[in-house]
Design a binder for this molecule. Structure first.
Ligand code: C6P
Length: 418
C-alpha cells in the first residue's frame, strides 16, 4: 500500500517516526501472535528507553530519600528531583520552580485546588463553571467542594460536534463565577478548547481558571504564561513519563495564599504541639516522600520530547489523525463521535455492527490496542445518548500503518457481526 504523502512531509520536517519507534521497547512485541499496534496513548503513553533507564538508575544508584539527609546519595537524589522540577518549569514556561508542585497526577492536582483554594475561598452562592466534556477528574472534585461550601456547579453545554463555543461559555459565565475549571483537550473526543479567549472572559469576571491539561501536554504547545491560566494540571504518564507522578502549576500569588492540602513530613518548617509553621513553596504542598524516581523519569521524558522539534511532532500526529479520520470513512456503518475542527490525537467511534466492547475485544485479538467504554466522561456519553465508544488515540510513535491495521481489524468486526 502506498504511504500517504503527509507522513513523508512530517518526516521531511525533521521528525523520523521510524527512529522514534526504535526508542519505545514496548512497541516491539507481539500480542496474540500479532505485532502490537498501540492506539491507546490517551489512556497512557508508552515509555521511551531513556525514561525506563532513568527510573531504573535512580533505584540502582541514587536510591535515597530527598531533602532530608546530608549523605551523598540523598544529595544526588535531591539534585535530580529538583532538576526535574526545573525541566517541568521550562516545559510549561512557568515563571519560577516555586509554581511547580509534584503530585500523583492530574486527578490529585485538581483535588488539591478544590480542597485547598476552593474550600477556603468559595462561599455559598458562588459558582464553579465547568464544561460538558470534562473527565470525571474535573467534575467530581468540584461537586464535592460545592457540597462542602454551598457553592453551585454550572456547566457549559457542548455542541453536537463536541465543541465549547465562546457564546455558550459567555452565557453561563456570571459575576458569581469564582472558578472556571476546563479541559485544554477533551479525552473522549479530542476537541481542543479555545482556552485563551475563555480565560480572558473568565478573568474579566474576576474568576480563577484551572486547565486540565492531561490530554494536551503531549499534543499542543503549553505555555502557562501565554495562556494566562491560574492553575494547570497534568499527568506524567500521558507525556511519555512514569505513572504515579503529575504536576500542578499554580500562580505563585495564589499558591502563597492557599492552605496546605495534606499535612506531614517535608511540608513544614517547624512543628510543636502548639503550632506548626509551614514550609515555603512548593514544598508546602508536597507532604510525605514523593515519587522521587517518577519525577526524575518525568524529567527524562521532557528531555526526550524536547529533543524533537515540537511542531514537527504535532504535525506528524495531526497527519496520522487526518489519515485515520479519512480511513474510518471507508468502514461501512462506522460513526465518528466528536468532529470538532482542529481536534487532536483521538478518534471516538461507534459501529452499527457491534458494541464498543466487542470491537475492543476483536481488534485486540488482531494485535490492536484501543480503549472502549465511557472514558471516564459519562456526561459526554449522555450528550450523545450512548453508553460507550471505541477510541483510538495517538502518540508520537504511531504511523499510518497502525491506522491501516486498525481498519483491517474493524473489517473483521464487520465480518463477524454483520
Ligand atoms: N484519562 C483516558 O483514557 P490521571 O488518572 O490522574 O492520570 O488523569 C485523569 C484525567 C484527567 N483529565 C483528563 C482530560 C484525562 O484524560 C484523564 C485521564 C484517561 O482518557 C484515563 S481515564
Amino acid at each position: 500500500m502506498t504511504r500517504p504523502s503527509a507522513i513523508a512531509k512530517a518526516t521531511d520536517a525533521g521528525f523520523d517516526v521510524r527512529r522514534v519507534r526504535d526508542d519505545f521497547p514496548a512497541l516491539h512485541q507481539e500480542v496474540h501472535g500479532k505485532p502490537l499496534v498501540y492506539l491507546d496513548s490517551a489512556a497512557t503513553t508508552l515509555k521511551p528507553r531513556v525514561v525506563i533507564d532513568a527510573v531504573a538508575d535512580v533505584y540502582a544508584r541514587d536510591c535515597a530519600n530527598i531533602h532530608r539527609a546530608v549523605h551523598l546519595l540523598s544529595q544526588r537524589a535531591t539534585a535530580r528531583f529538583e532538576d526535574a522540577r526545573e525541566k517541568v518549569r521550562a516545559f510549561l514556561n512557568a515563571n519560577d520552580t516555586n509554581e511547580v508542585i509534584f503530585t500523583r497526577g492530574t486527578t490529585e492536582s485538581v483535588n488539591l485546588v478544590a480542597q485547598s483554594w476552593a474550600r477556603t475561598f468559595l462561599r455559598e452562592g458562588d459558582e464553579v463553571l465547568i464544561t460538558e466534556l470534562e473527565h470525571h477528574s474535573n467534575i467530581v472534585p468540584w461537586q464535592i467542594v460545592c457540597q462542602q461550601v454551598g457553592a453551585e456547579l454550572v456547566v457549559v453545554p457542548m455542541t453536537d460536534r463536541g465543541e465549547i463555543t465562546r457564546e455558550a461559555f459567555e452565557e453561563q459565565l456570571s459575576p458569581r463565577t469564582r472558578l472556571v475549571a476546563m479541559a485544554h483537550v477533551s479525552n473522549a473526543l479530542g476537541t481542543v478548547l479555545p482556552v485563551e479567549p475563555l480565560i480572558g472572559l473568565a478573568h474579566e469576571q474576576g474568576a480563577v481558571v484551572l486547565l486540565d491539561g492531561a490530554q494536551a501536554v503531549s499534543h499542543v504547545p503549553v505555555d502557562v504564561q501565554a495562556l494566562d491560566c491560574d492553575f494547570y494540571a497534568f499527568s506524567g504518564h500521558k507525556l511519555y513519563g512514569p505513572t504515579g507522578i503529575g504536576v500542578l502549576y499554580g500562580r505563585e500569588r495564589l499558591l502563597e495564599g492557599m492552605p496546605p492540602y495534606q499535612g506531614g513530613g517535608d511540608m513544614i518548617r517547624s512543628v510543636t504541639f502548639a503550632e506548626t509553621i509551614y514550609n515555603d513553596l512548593p514544598y508546602k504542598f508536597e507532604a510525605g516522600t514523593p515519587d522521587i524516581a517518577g519525577a526524575i523519569g518525568l524529567g527524562a521524558a521532557i528531555d526526550y520530547l524536547r529533543s524533537f522539534d515540537q511542531e514537527a511532532v504535532h504535525a506528524h500526529e495531526n497527519a496520522v489523525l487526518r489519515y485515520a479520520t479519512k480511513a474510518f470513512g471507508s468502514v461501512d456503518g462506522l460513526r465518528l463521535i466528536g468532529t470538532a475542527p482542529g481536534k487532536v490525537a483521538s478518534v471516538s467511534f461507534l459501529m452499527d455492527a457491534a458494541h464498543p466492547h466487542d470491537i475492543g475485544t476483536i481488534v485486540d485479538s488482531e494485535g490492536v490496542a484501543i480503549r472502549t467504554g465511557h472514558h471516564c466522561a459519562q456526561p459526554v456519553m449522555e450528550h450523545f445518548g450512548i453508553a460507550a465508544t471505541a477510541r483510538a488515540s495517538l502518540g508520537m510513535y504511531n504511523t499510518t500503518e497502525d491506522v491501516d491495521a486498525l481498519v483491517r481489524a474493524l473489517q473483521k468486526v464487520k465480518e463477524l457481526f454483520g
